[in-house]
Write a protein that binds this ligand. Structure first.
Ligand SMILES: Cc1ncc(COP(=O)(O)O)c(C=O)c1O
Length: 450
């Protein structure tokens, strides 16, 4: 057995021993829940079963066995605000007693639209319940106003459960992404895929003249953090404009870069922008924004009489509870000051991990975007999604997560990713560094073959 497999076996035994109540609930859950979990991604927690939550507040989660965790997973970004932030809870409590969903606008919607316009620079907004839906709706509208059928995405992107985006490249051919369940049509019919940071490939694919919209994160965050090379965003914007293709920037994760996401921090000029997850403190809510020109074209294209059957929107979308939560979260929780503190904590986290990697001579690296930090167990920094996807070490990933979990640290199960929230402290960050250092000491130094 390798050192990693040995350690994993020992950590798994410890996890089972120390979580008897979660284990009991997991056994019971197998009888009423598909796969034993309420949402099937949760099978990805390490240890053989997920810990069952008792409660959460700020940067802390407690499980049903009484363990307390410093939470760097934060609901996979949905709770980047910290759990149950007081202003959001207060707004939700107040609103819940005055109506939850009405199919009527409230004044909160205007305040949120104005605040999103201030943050992201796009003047007009609509709301949805999830970032997935915001992306779907934005894509549909882009098709409607351009009259073009296709979407272009970057290889190994993730934008929620959006059919068009579940495509990868296989020797240059567009194929369903591994794990894509029941694609409605072969994705090559709907989607063009190019490598991130490859302006020539982008140019070649846009030249077909059939791409309604390019959908991208401004920095890939779902296959490790893969930043744009210098000039890539300029090339992307210039090429999309020249080819009459709209540019849709998905800020759902990259909101971690600052109050107006990467778009505001780097002066991007998207035609459409989507954002979800944390913007209502974890209450289901998402938003999609339009440049003035695109908003005018959409308004001209939508016929009022049939606007409720256009494939965009939904009964519960823009409900007054979500909007009250968004207003409080944007106004009082994810503030400019909160971001300044969260990003400083991200820098501390990154420095702690980088120091441990260096001290123990490990062929790993750490990357940061604002208050989001990710370590990858390989020496080279990827420049494309394909490079990031290749050469992973699933066993080491599992060990790192379980090692942390057994020592009171929660990391997102799908990444080695940590997120700082307004309630995270320097001591929380240092605790992670200590735990990571212990793992690095067990595994290093590794001799890198010449
Ligand atoms: C960039 C990005 N966009 C959209 C989504 C979809 O979010 P949701 O699952 O809340 O719909 C995700 C989810 O991870 C994401 O990372």
């Amino acid at each position: 057995m390798t050192a990693v497999a040995d350690l994993l076996a020992a950590e798994t035994a410890r996890f089972e021993r120390e979580h008897p109540r979660s284990r009991e609930l997991a056994a019971r859950a197998r009888r009423s829940l598909l796969g034993g979990v309420p949402m099937h991604w949760m099978v990805r927690w390490p240890g053989g079963f997920p810990v069952f939550a008792a409660d959460a507040a700020g940067a802390r989660v407690r499980d049903v066995d009484g363990h307390e965790y410093v939470d760097f997973c934060l609901g996979d970004t949905g709770a980047m605000t910290g759990h149950s932030p007081e202003p959001t809870v207060h707004a939700v409590q107040e609103q819940a007693e005055r109506g939850i969903t009405l199919m009527l606008p409230s004044e909160d919607a205007l305040c949120v639209g104005e605040e999103l316009a201030r943050r992201f620079g796009l003047p007009r907004w609509q709301f949805a319940l999830t970032a997935t839906d915001a992306n779907r709706f934005a894509i549909r509208l882009a098709r409607a106003i351009t009259g073009r059928p296709k979407v272009l995405v970057f290889d190994w992107c993730y934008h929620g459960t959006v059919d068009e985006a579940f495509a990868t490249l296989d020797h240059g051919a567009v194929v369903p992404r591994e794990g894509n369940l029941g694609p409605p049509v072969p994705p090559s019919e709907t989607t063009r895929v190019v490598q991130w940071n490859d302006p020539e490939a982008l140019e070649r694919e846009l030249a077909h003249g059939d791409v309604a919209v390019v959908l991208t994160e401004p920095v890939l965050t779902n296959i490790g953090i893969v930043p744009p090379l210098p000039g890539f965003h300029d090339a992307l914007r210039e090429a999309t404009r020249r080819h009459g293709t709209l540019l849709l920037i998905d800020e759902t994760h990259t909101l971690c870069a600052g109050p107006g996401g990467y778009t505001a921090a780097h002066g991007l000029e998207p035609d459409l922008l989507t954002v979800g997850k944390a913007i209502a403190g974890g209450i289901p809510a998402a938003a999609y924004g339009f440049s003035a020109g695109v908003a005018d074209r959409v308004e001209a294209a939508v016929e009022e009489e049939v606007s409720d059957v256009g494939g965009v929107g939904g009964t519960l979308a823009a409900n007054v509870l979500s909007l009250a939560a968004m207003r409080a979260t944007l106004g009082e929780v994810l503030t400019d000051e909160a971001f300044a503190r969260m990003i400083a904590l991200g820098e501390r986290f990154e420095a702690g991990v980088a120091g441990a990697i260096e001290r123990h001579g490990l062929p790993w690296h750490v990357t940061r975007l604002g208050c989001r930090v990710e370590y990858l167990f390989r020496p080279e920094r990827p420049r494309t999604g394909a490079e990031a996807a290749g050469g992973g070490d699933a066993e080491l990933d599992r060990l790192a997560h379980l090692w942390a979990l057994n020592r009171g640290i929660l990391l997102t199960p799908f990444h080695n990713m940590a997120l700082m929230c307004p309630a995270t402290t320097e001591a929380d960050v240092d605790r992670h560094t200590d735990v990571f250092e212990l793992l690095a000491a067990e595994l290093g130094p590794v001799t890198i073959p010449a």
